[in-house]
Design a protein around this ligand. Sequence first.
Ligand code: RIB
Length: 308
Amino acid sequence: MKLAVIGSNMVDLCAYIHRMPAPGETLEVPDFTIGCGGKGANQAVAAALCGAEVTMVSKVGSDLFADNTIENFKKFGIDARYVTKASDASSGIASIFVDESGQNRILIVKGANDLLAPADIDAAAEDLKACAMIILQLEAPLATVYHSIDFGRKHGVPVLLNPAPATKALEIAKVCACDFFVPNETELAILTGLPTETMADVEAAAKSLLVRGLKNIIVTLGGRGALWMTQREKQYVAPCKVTAVDTTGAGDAFIGCFASEYAKGGDVLAAMKKASAFAALSVTRKGTQLSYPTQEELAIFLQKKAAE
Ligand code: RIB
């Protein structure tokens, strides 16, 4: 089954820290990784690892990172024909700080991702029309996100929007045609202006988006699992308990795996359960894409969990 990811790629510079430096302070960090990242690229890699045929629509810069990013897509069997080079921009860069609890803080420079335009979507139109789902995030311009949702609606291709990083500039009315809206709890709080500390808070915040016209909301809650809400249904998927080393890219792992599984069978809950396990295994390892498991590794992990 074919999926398309329209969106970002980044180079992830990831430092594993004991604490953040104070202003003016220089701190030595014990460990560092560099790898391919970006929410869109991560979701594409996760979907490919879960068996989808993935087409990526994205923009790299005119620098030494560009070819490596394109080669990385190809390494995972991802169709990179619509990953184009911007002549006047750097590639996207993410500075990531992961603390000892595995939590991350991320600063991004969008670079070429900010130049991904509606015309780039139109250039891939024939391939996009053949997809079972289009996956979007917010590391590309909002105009391109809105255009992609309109494209999906016009051609009957379901759309999943991951509103990350969250921005209040996102016009909910312009994204209501998406089939799945998948924020984490932080993004949900930013987008709604509501608290998301307790499960009751999360449900109320998700409900406020349903009232505004969104159809399927899936909130990823890290160690608290995931919640799916529609006008009629509310389902909760329990977390897979693991010891987190690095949570970076776990939401992307969930989304790529969810889309791949959902496109196979149309079963939302089953797709959420597999996606939770895939994401849980990823947080036990360092890196973003580097931490994503193969299907064999996932099967062994699920067997172990079943025996616990
Ligand atoms: O969601 C994780 C991703 O966010 C990282 O790979 C980083 O590139 C940022 O885009």
